[in-house]
Structure formats: C-alpha cells, structure tokens
Design a protein around this ligand. Structure first.
Ligand SMILES: C[S@@+](CC[C@H](N)C(=O)[O-])C[C@H]1O[C@@H](n2cnc3c(N)ncnc32)[C@H](O)[C@@H]1O
Length: 278
C-alpha cells in the first residue's frame, strides 16, 4: 500500500455509520435539486463552471475526473449533458459515489472506477481531464511523473487538462499537528501507532504521514512543461484556501485545524497536449 491509500481510511471513517449514510442517500434521492448541487461545488467545480463556456471547450463530450471522491463534480457535469468517468484510489469513496448515483436521473452518463491515477489504463481518451484536488496528494516525484505521463496518454489531441493545486507561499505556517519538510511535503500527525503503512515516520516522539505536496508555483509550471504539455492558463488564487481538515488523513481521529491557522492557497492551470509526438 502506498501513502495515498490513507484516503480510504478517511472515507471509511467519515462514512462509518451506514445508517447515517443511508439517510443522506435517501434525502438526496427525495430532494435532489441542481441548485443546491451547484452551490455545493468545491472550488475545482467553480473553476470548471467559470470556464466551460469558453470557445476551446465547446466540443467537449467525454470528461475524466481524477480524484472524484464521492462524486459531486461528476454529478454536476452529467446533469449538464457531459459523459463522465470519475476515478479515485479510495474504494470507499467509489462505493459511496456509486450508491449516490443509483437515484440520479442522468446516471447513464456516469461511470466510477476505483483506480490509482499513477496506474491509469483505460481504453478511451478524453476531451477534458479535470484534477479534482488529486495531484497535491501525490508527494513523491516518481508518482507525480507517472501521473503526468498517464494523464497525458489519456488526452485526445488538443484536449485539455485542468488542475487546481495548493502551492507554497513563503509565509505559510503549517497548522497544528502538521509539519512541512524541506521538500515542501506536508506531514500530518497520526495517532495510529500500530499501523505500518503510508511511509509513516517518527518525529519528536510522534508519528507523521505525508499528506500533501505544496509546490512552488514556478516548479509547478516547469513540471507541466517537462511532461510535454503546453500551458495555456495559469493563475494564483490567494483568496481560495483549501481547507485541510475536510480531507484530513488521520487514521484515527480527523484532526481539526483551528480556524485562525492558515491553509495553503491554490494555483489553477490549464494545459493541453503538445501534438508533436502523438
Ligand atoms: C483532496 S481529496 C478531494 C476529493 C474530492 N475531489 C473532493 O473535492 O471532495 C483527493 C482525492 O484524490 C484521491 N486520490 C489520492 N491519490 C490518488 C491516486 N493516486 N489515484 C486516484 N485518486 C487519488 C483521494 O482518494 C481523494 O478522494
């Protein structure tokens, strides 16, 4: 198991209570309304919503979402007529996404697959690939290289990859229970002493697991170019801060971050394939 499989533990914990989940699914089936769905989109969803009307996106039919979680963005896109495949490394997240899907009128346009993006192999190419906050979960350079390689292989010529990822600002102070190492990897304290997975390390008598990569914006730009992608949009959003606690990866208790602590801001990029070596 690799460090990013820790997300499955988080989803298992968040949705441990099956009764609670059933109640939620029932309510969703009874009162599903697109307005609420749209309001609840995370910042990646809002980014997608803002740009989908642009001319370069008019012919889009098939979309791949990487790190789809429990499916919100996939549902919204399918409700707008797109065919969507959502992948996620967490078995539990995909189970929940599939359960939610059952009651939805546009379910025929959606598929979910439990898949690791670094091993992505689908007999299909896409008009658009959306990273729904997955890339910053890959802290290891080899995994990131595989990510770009696999994603690129699944883009049609002239298709686009959209990424929103957290970046490193010089004044960033890690919240309580997190440490930032010299390679800008954010580690989170875990209370689970028996667990041997996830590249756990001991630091000052506590165990930590790697949870996020906070890349420098310049390095992010270079990384995209290195993998034979062409940058067509790149913007900082210091006003947007990804809340670390909502995707907490603690193996026992999700660690709460005090409200006054700073979460990292995001950079948004859109890249397309360079077509010289298709
Ligand atoms: C920060 S969470 C975002 C989840 C969801 N998109 C949302 O906004 O609620 C990152 C997601 O990426 C998934 N993920 C992490 N590493 C992955 C990998 N190697 N392959 C596929 N999905 C991965 C996690 O399981 C998790 O669902």
């Amino acid at each position: 198991m690799k460090y990013y499989h820790n997300h499955d533990f988080t989803y298992k914990k968040l949705y441990a209570d099956n009764l609670q989940l059933q109640k939620f699914l029932f309510q969703e089936a009874e009162n599903f309304d697109f307005q609420t769905m749209e309001e609840n989109l995370n910042s990646v969803g809002k980014f997608v919503k803002d740009i989908l009307h642009m001319s370069m996106f008019v012919d889009i039919k098939n979309i791949l979402i990487v790190g789809c979680g429990t499916g919100d963005l996939a549902f919204w896109l399918a409700s707008r007529g797109f065919n969507v495949l959502g992948i996620d490394v967490s078995i539990r997240a995909i189970e929940i996404a599939n359960q939610r899907l059952l009651s939805l009128p546009f379910r025929k346009r959606i598929n979910f697959l439990n898949m690791d993006v670094t091993l992505l192999s689908i007999d299909n190419k896409f008009d658009l690939i959306i990273d729904d906050h997955c890339l910053h979960c890959l802290v290891d350079n080899t995994d990131r290289a595989l990510y770009y390689q696999k994603v690129r292989e699944h883009l049609k010529p002239n298709a686009h990859l959209m990424i929103e990822t957290i970046f490193h600002e010089d004044n960033f102070i890690p919240p309580e229970n997190f440490i930032l190492d010299d390679g800008l990897i954010l580690w989170q304290k875990t209370n689970n002493e028996n667990d041997s997975y996830f590249n756990k390390v001991m630091y000052r008598e506590s165990y930590y697991i790697p949870v996020r990569k906070l890349i420098k914006s310049y390095d992010f730009e270079q990384e995209i170019l290195k993998f034979d992608l062409k940058l067509i949009y790149f913007v900082f959003r210091s006003d947007l801060r990804v809340q670390l606690q909502t995707t907490s990866c603690s193996l026992q208790d999700p660690l709460q971050i005090p409200a006054q602590t700073q979460s990292p801001a995001v950079v948004r990029a859109i890249a397309s394939r360079c077509n010289h070596n298709l």
